[in-house]
Ligand binder design. Sequence first.
Ligand code: 4AD
Ligand code: MG
Length: 478
Amino acid sequence: MKRLKIKEVLTGDQIGKEVLVKGWVRTKRGSKNVNFIALNDGSTINNLQVVVDVDKFGEELLKDINTSASLGITGDLVESQGSGQKVELNAKEIIIYGKADPDKYPIQPKRHTLEFLRENAHLRFRTATFSAVFRIRHAMAFAIHNYFNDKGFVYLHTPIITASDAEGAGQMFRVSTLDAKNPPLTEDGAIDFSQDFFGKPTNLTVSGQLEGELGATALGEIYTFGPTFRAENSNTTRHLAEFWMIEPEMAFYELVDNMDLAEEFLKYLIRYALDNCLDDLKFLSERLVNEEKDKPQDQRSMELIEKLNFVVSNDFVRCTYTEAVDILKNSKTCKAGKFQFPVEWGVDLQSEHERYLVEKHFKKPVILINYPKDIKAFYMKQNDDNKTVAAMDVLFPQIGEIIGGSQREEDLNKLETRMKEMHIPVEEMSWYLDTRRFGTVPHAGFGLGFERFILFVTGMGNIRDVIAFPRTPKNAEF
Ligand code: 4AD
Ligand code: MG
């Protein structure tokens, strides 16, 4: 018999028929005569209730059916007598694929902390929370490709190993096959990278943007979607050492076109989640309400689905960095000395400042533009005031910066001058500068941090809980 997924069985279309399902036991409860197994196969947050006649199958078999045991069950699908579910399966045949010893299996059917589940990340997919998170993550990845494909963007696979530091921030992981204990040295005692695998120092990429620009200035509009790596020692709930980034890059786009695209893109993805992941979102919404029930009213977050609808149906605020600094300096929070970090024109805004703007002041997502050139990367377009660049950061509630991007400097002279000022090796980047030498065009792009976005959509609080196997300082388990 052909196996059906539980998602399909739960629609009720098969009522009155015999079906075969396969999955893992979430819970088993019952009386002397009848047991109820909640079976889940990952296709949906909802479990299928299986009714088992104890006499028919015997205590011996039933004692091996514990949480996380894997089963194949054939039975008759009937309308459920109990409340809570539409259908249930009257078991006729049960195969146990694998037992799970309840004395040893770590994830019991009770409320575990997220910290505990992080330590057991290899098994946490078996919980309702994590299965919901990873189904949504999948749906969002799919929607991203859908969105760009519909708009005629080309998916460009940019390299993971690179010799250049796109962001110029020096936070790269070295890739080398040299003997770390005994590397070859040059005459003046430096490590001789000419003997390394690529004949020069190489690293894991922090961004696919520079190669993306090469693609965009011929294909028109491209996007990348891949892993990026940053060796920044930030042990926060919003930083990973390995994270995924989506980087569209568009020829003939100026800053305002870039902002329009970012806003439309984010709203498309959120709408897609609302339209396609509602069961999972409802579950995660309840989870959040539960988690925050002991917090005072004014510290609780907006209900998840309401929050997502709110973002989809409101325009993002667009505001310059200079205006934002004025707002922050004039805020009660600042005057009462309640920001941890100082605010002055010229400083990089901290997440407390970003969140103040979004959550307290504007109460909407914000696109901040025209940042001081000294806190931004070399490639950003220089504004006429000589002080700022055409940068844009999209700020979201609870997250802070979710997107960073800019219009790019397309003038070869200006770009070279800026690179020299910032000690970027112009010679080695000659390939990049060729885009400005031959048929240069105004162009722009941005990077969306995939995990930060998934945090927002799922309402989870820690970035380690929205990537399957998080890499953070001192942690590369599994
Ligand atoms: O602002 P960033 O550094 O921008 C770039 O890398 C540009 N090259 C993008 C572009 O214009 N094509 O990073 C982009 C986004 C951030 O807004 C943030 O959401 C995410 O990437 N991000 C991180 N996410 C998780 N962990 C980290 N350590 C992150 N660093 C950046
Ligand atoms: Mg940034």
